[in-house]
Design a protein around this ligand. Structure first.
Ligand code: NDP
Length: 285
C-alpha cells in the first residue's frame, strides 16, 4: 500500500478552438508506451482566460504545456524566461515549468529541423521558403541558427517576407532575401531545399502552391509543413520528379518528442507517436 502513487504527472495544451488538435492522442500514446503515469489535457482556453490558465497550471504543479493559436505571442508576458530561438522568433508554443518558473520555447522550427536532419543537414545549404507566416518565421530562424548559407523567402505580401529575412540576417549568420510571390515561382538550379510553409494543402490534397513543377529536379529536397493530408500535391509532384520528400507529419511528431524532452528530460518513442497520428489521419503506414 505504502509505495502506491495515485498522482499523475500533468501536462497539456491551451488553445481555442482545440477540438481538432490530435496532439493529446499522440502524446498520451507515447506516455503509455513508456509506462509513464502522465497525462496531457487538451484545454480550450479563450484569450481572456490565458493568464488564469497559466496561473492554474503553476498552481496545480503541471510540469509544462503547449500553447497553440491564438496564444503563441500573448503567452510571453506570463513567462519568466525565453529560450534563444523563441526570443528571436517572438513566439512560444511550449512552456516548461520548473520550481514555479516558466520557460518558453518554440518547437515549430525545431520540430521541422529535426525532421529535415533525417534527410539532410541544412548547414551550408541554399533554401527557398514559401510563406512568411508564423511557421515560416520559426523555420527560417532555426535554419539560420543551424548554419544554412542562404534563404530566399517568397510571399504574396512581400513586406512580411522582408520582415522574416531581416530577422534571419540580424540574428543568425545566414544571408536572407525576400521575393514577391506574384506568379508561379521557379526553383533556381543552385537551391538545395524547397519548403512549403504556407497553409496551402491543409485539408485539401489537390491544392498546390504556385510553383513551376518543371523546375523540381532530382536530388532537390522538398519539404511540406502540412500534416493532414501528409502526401500533399506538392510532395506527390516532387516525388514523381525524383526529389527527396519530407511531410509535415514528421514535423508534428518531432514537436511532440521535443516538448516531452523539455518537460520530462526523456526521449519518447517517435514511432508510437507517428503511428497514432497516421491512424487518426487514416494514412496507410
Ligand atoms: P499563418 O496564417 O501565419 O501563415 C500562412 C502563410 O501562408 C502566409 O505566408 C500566407 O501568405 C500563406 N498563404 C496562405 N494562403 C496562400 C495562398 N493561397 N497563396 C500564397 N500564400 C498563401 O499560418 P502558420 O504559419 O501559423 O501555419 C501555416 C501552416 O503550417 C498551417 O496551415 C499548418 O497546417 C502548418 N503547421 C504545421 C505544423 C506541423 O507540425 N506540421 C505545426 C504548425 C502549423 P500571406 O502572408 O500573403 O497571406
Amino acid at each position: 500500500m505504502g509505495d502506491r502513487n495515485f498522482r499523475s504527472i500533468l501536462t497539456g495544451s491551451f488553445s481555442t478552438p482545440c477540438a481538432d488538435n490530435p496532439t493529446v492522442a499522440m502524446i498520451e500514446a507515447a506516455y503509455r508506451h513508456a509506462g509513464l503515469d502522465a497525462r496531457y489535457i487538451n484545454c480550450d482556453v479563450k484569450p481572456e482566460h490565458l493568464a488564469q490558465a497559466v496561473a492554474g497550471a503553476v498552481a496545480m504543479e503541471w510540469i509544462g504545456f503547449n500553447c497553440s493559436l491564438p496564444h503563441k505571442v500573448a503567452v510571453i508576458e506570463h513567462l519568466d524566461e525565453l529560450a534563444d530561438s523563441a526570443r528571436i522568433i517572438g513566439a512560444v508554443n511550449c512552456v516548461a515549468i520548473r520550481d514555479g518558473r516558466l520557460v518558453g520555447n518554440n518547437t515549430d522550427g525545431k520540430g521541422f529541423l529535426a525532421s529535415l536532419k533525417g534527410v539532410t543537414d541544412p548547414a551550408g545549404k541554399k533554401v527557398l521558403l514559401l510563406g512568411a507566416g508564423g511557421v515560416a518565421r520559426a523555420i527560417a530562424v532555426e535554419l539560420g541558427l543551424a548554419g544554412a548559407a542562404h534563404l530566399t523567402i517568397v510571399n504574396r505580401e512581400v513586406a512580411k517576407a522582408e520582415n522574416v529575412a531581416a530577422l534571419v540576417r540580424d540574428n543568425t549568420p545566414c544571408a536572407a532575401t525576400a521575393m514577391a510571390w506574384d506568379g508561379p515561382v521557379s526553383v533556381p538550379g543552385d537551391v538545395d531545399i524547397l519548403i512549403n510553409a504556407t497553409s496551402i494543402g491543409l485539408g485539401d490534397a489537390e491544392a498546390l502552391p504556385p510553383v513551376e513543377l518543371e523546375t523540381l529536379r532530382k536530388g532537390l529536397v522538398v519539404a511540406d509543413v502540412i500534416p493532414n493530408p501528409p502526401m500533399t500535391h506538392l510532395l506527390r509532384a516532387a516525388k514523381a520528379r525524383d526529389c527527396t520528400v519530407l511531410d509535415g507529419l514528421g514535423m508534428l511528431v518531432n514537436q511532440g518528442v521535443i516538448g516531452v524532452e523539455l518537460w520530462l528530460g526523456r526521449t519518447l518513442d517517435s514511432g508510437v507517436m507517428q503511428r497514432t497520428l497516421q491512424e487518426i489521419f487514416e494514412v496507410s503506414a
